[in-house]
Design a protein around this ligand. Structure first.
Ligand code: C5P
Length: 238
């Protein structure tokens, strides 16, 4: 498949057209950003880790009957994905209190939640991705009520599969963010990426942070911990 024109450049990825109408090229960049782009760095190899880890996780979800936009990994940095219109809602699922939940509600980081919770954030950089309710989603016309129910159910399903998967490799899935899109027929498909950039992953024994909090909080080498995740997932070192 031929790589066509650049369609979109985001903080962590570039999207290109292909000679097939419904398929896009995704290229993972080495850029790391946090706090809505306030903190930035180029980290050698980051894009290759996220591409490999995302590919492995989407393959695993697919095997468990949860399809996504992922088609195949092409190279260290590139994937083919199905074209979807991204719904501007970030769906965050949490098993353990951390990050903005710990801060907003004053719950100590690391406290296991009595139940898994799902939150919606409006994907809008200018507004700083605010937390939104189902009624906000309605008045902004971001998704219908049945679509919101589907996002909720799919987030819980992904959580079930990934929590078990990470548990098997000695990692706690603390929380994670998903994005979804609509295909040409209006079907909702899991999209974007699932990587240590978008998940909080803690070593089950030591509680070492193996995710982007290492960059956000200046805790050491980001690629060192991404490599731990890739290796435990059975992926080869970049
Ligand atoms: O910051 P917060 O605690 O709300 O993040 C919850 C989860 O969602 C974390 O795993 C974080 O990495 C992810 N997230 C993300 N992109 C954002 C906001 C949060 O991947 N824009």
């Amino acid at each position: 498949m031929k790589k066509g024109q650049l369609l979109y450049e985001g903080k962590a990825k570039r999207l290109y057209a292909t000679d097939h109408e419904d398929i896009l090229f995704v290229e993972y960049k080495d850029s790391a950003t946090a706090f809505n782009g306030e903190k930035k760095a180029e980290i050698d190899g980051k894009g290759t880790y996220n591409n490999r880890i995302t590919s492995l996780l989407f393959e695993r979800l697919n095997e468990k009957g949860i399809p996504s936009h992922f088609v195949e990994q092409l190279s260290d940095r590139e994937q083919l994905v199905r074209k979807v219109d991204i719904i501007p809602i970030e769906v965050v699922t949490r098993n353990v209190a951390a990050g903005s939940l710990a801060k907003r509600l004053g719950i100590e980081e690391g406290t296991e939640l009595q139940r898994t919770i799902v939150e919606f954030y409006y994907k809008d950089d200018a507004l700083g991705d605010p937390l939104i309710t189902e009624e906000h989603i309605d008045i902004l016309n971001l998704a219908s009520e049945s679509e919101v129910n589907e996002l909720y159910a799919k987030a819980l399903l992904v959580n079930e599969v990934l929590s078990q998967f990470f548990n098997e490799i000695g990692v706690i899935l603390v929380d994670f963010k998903l994005e979804f899109g609509r295909d040409a027929e209006g079907n909702i498909l899991l999209a974007d990426e699932i990587s240590p950039d978008t998940c909080r992953l803690w070593d089950a024994e030591t509680k070492q942070k193996l995710d982007k909090d290492v960059f956000r909080r200046d805790l050491g080498s980001l690629t060192e911990v991404y490599e731990i995740i890739l290796n435990r997932l059975g992926g080869k070192t970049v």
